[in-house]
Design a binder for this molecule. Structure first.
Ligand SMILES: Nc1nc2c(ncn2[C@@H]2O[C@H](COP(=O)(O)OP(=O)(O)OP(=O)(O)O)[C@@H](O)[C@H]2O)c(=O)[nH]1
Ligand SMILES: [Mg+2]
Length: 237
């Protein structure tokens, strides 16, 4: 990250947070803790943003891309790599003002049915009861679209979304789609989420990084909703 020229305040102002400031904020990420079970999660007084989605959708890679750290979250070709809830703290000068949660993926075929059901129950509990949860990023591989499990999860969080929980669908691996495929995937996902916020993302091409960063920054700092300036406003490649 290069910092903007001139005597600019290091802390984002209440209005007019730039994408560059939001991106820099995400670069402050550091490992906080890993929780094999829900009861091991620490109570937090800051907003928590969870990355959920099918196994192999690209959750861990997205966190590494947004935070610009190669191995903060474990990413792997082998589905099912993330097996516990990993928390990462964000905030300048070591002061934590938000937390990212990397969740294990669901739907991996090779996982025994009992384990699958247990994990679905844990996920549902987490999404329904976690008090600090402020936002959910659902990672969806657009070549598969929203699956049945994704839709179940949407239903689970719907009451919380109606009560103010932030929600975004990121269509991952957008580098694998051409423009018309990308537009089609966007339209379908918008229909499936009943007009919810959907954006394209590619870790490979760094597509969608500024937009996603700015959105997460606003989720974590809800007092600063106005005057945003994104570098890239387009959502088609
Ligand atoms: N081409 C491409 N590949 C990607 C992208 N993001 C992730 N991948 C690949 O997809 C695979 C899975 O990525 P992960 O980040 O481990 O996926 P995950 O959702 O964390 O998976 P689990 O932890 O198993 O739930 C890896 O081989 C990544 O390199 C992307 O934007 N473009
Ligand atoms: Mg993972």
């Amino acid at each position: 990250m290069t910092s903007p020229p001139g005597p600019r305040a290091p802390t984002p102002s209440a209005e007019g947070t730039s994408a560059a400031q939001a991106v820099a904020w995400l670069h402050t990420a550091r490992f906080l803790t890993t929780a094999p079970r829900l009861e091991h999660l620490p109570e937090l007084a800051v907003p928590e943003i969870a990355f959920v989605g099918r196994s192999n959708a690209g959750k861990s890679t997205c966190i590494n891309t947004l935070t610009q750290q190669k191995r903060l979250a474990f990413a792997s070709k082998t589905p099912g790599r993330t097996q516990a809830i990993n928390l990462f703290a964000l905030g300048k000068q070591g002061l934590t003002d938000a937390v990212l949660a990397d969740l294990p993926g669901y739907g991996y075929a090779a996982v025994p049915k009992q384990d699958k059901l247990r994990w679905q129950q844990v996920m549902a509990n987490y999404l329904v009861t976690r008090p600090s949860l402020a936002g959910v990023v659902m990672m969806v591989d657009p070549r598969h679209g929203l699956t049945e499990l994704d839709e179940i999860l949407l239903e689970v969080i719907r009451p919380r979304v109606e009560a103010g929980l932030k929600f975004l669908v990121l269509l991952t691996k957008a580098d694998k789609l051409n423009r018309s495929e990308a537009n089609k995937a966007l339209s379908i996902a918008r229909l499936q989420t009943a007009g919810g916020e959907v954006k394209l993302f590619s870790a490979l091409k760094k597509q969608g990084v500024e937009e996603a960063s700015l959105l997460l920054w606003h989720w974590a700092h809800p007092q600063t909703q106005t005057g945003t300036q994104t570098g890239a406003e387009t959502e088609t490649p």
